[in-house]
Design a protein around this ligand. Structure first.
Ligand SMILES: [Fe+2]
Ligand SMILES: [Fe+2]
Length: 185
């Protein structure tokens, strides 16, 4: 399998498989509700979304992943989806003091497929903590703590609770709430 061939840890491979399962379930639920989307793009992008971790552990792994996927000949729609899964703008990476040199562009969702990937990627960590995907207030608390500690690790300082980079992730989960019954335990 391709993720193994890039030497990724088992934990990343397991995470990628789980995110792909969550993302395809959400995509199927949305398609049933009449939302137009390409579930093949969702599935391919979700399984490969962290392949860039083979090259870099920072937020730029999404750009590195998109490059790998383009070199493999996959469609731009899949590569773009991978590139945007960090859900942060170029300006925000500067303001927050990220040292990554790769982040010369906005890495935020544009299409519904991009949003599904961001939602599923966050849901993986939310559910790993035993939080019900339908428990909105617990999700807000968790996502704030999650980004605060991740950003602190990367930049040496935390993030405000109402920072747009945090709120963008929360907004996507809230917008998707009605489709999350399909992944709720
Ligand atoms: Fe990632
Ligand atoms: Fe991920």
């Amino acid at each position: 399998m391709i993720l193994e061939s890039y030497g990724l840890d088992k934990s990343i491979i397991d995470h990628s498989r789980s995110v792909a399962l969550l993302a395809t379930r959400i995509a199927d639920q949305m398609a049933l509700d009449g939302v137009k989307l390409d579930s093949r793009v969702v599935e391919a992008a979700a399984i490969l979304h962290d392949i860039g971790l083979a090259k870099s552990g920072g937020i730029e792994h999404c750009v590195a992943g998109a490059e790998i996927v383009r070199q493999l000949g996959l469609p731009n729609s899949v590569a773009d989806c991978i590139e945007r899964h960090e859900c942060i703008t170029k300006q925000e990476t500067k303001e927050l003091g990220f040292r990554d040199t790769y982040c010369d562009r906005d890495l935020v969702p544009v299409t519904v497929e991009d949003e599904i990937l961001v939602c599923a990627d966050n849901l993986y960590w939310i559910m790993a903590k035993g939080i019900d995907p339908l428990n909105s207030s617990a999700i807000v608390d968790f996502l704030y703590e999650y980004f605060n500690s991740a950003y602190e690790k990367a930049t040496g300082h935390g993030i405000k609770r109402n920072h747009p980079a945090v709120e963008r992730n929360i907004k996507i989960i809230h917008e998707f709430q009605k489709y999350l019954c399909c992944v709720s335990p």
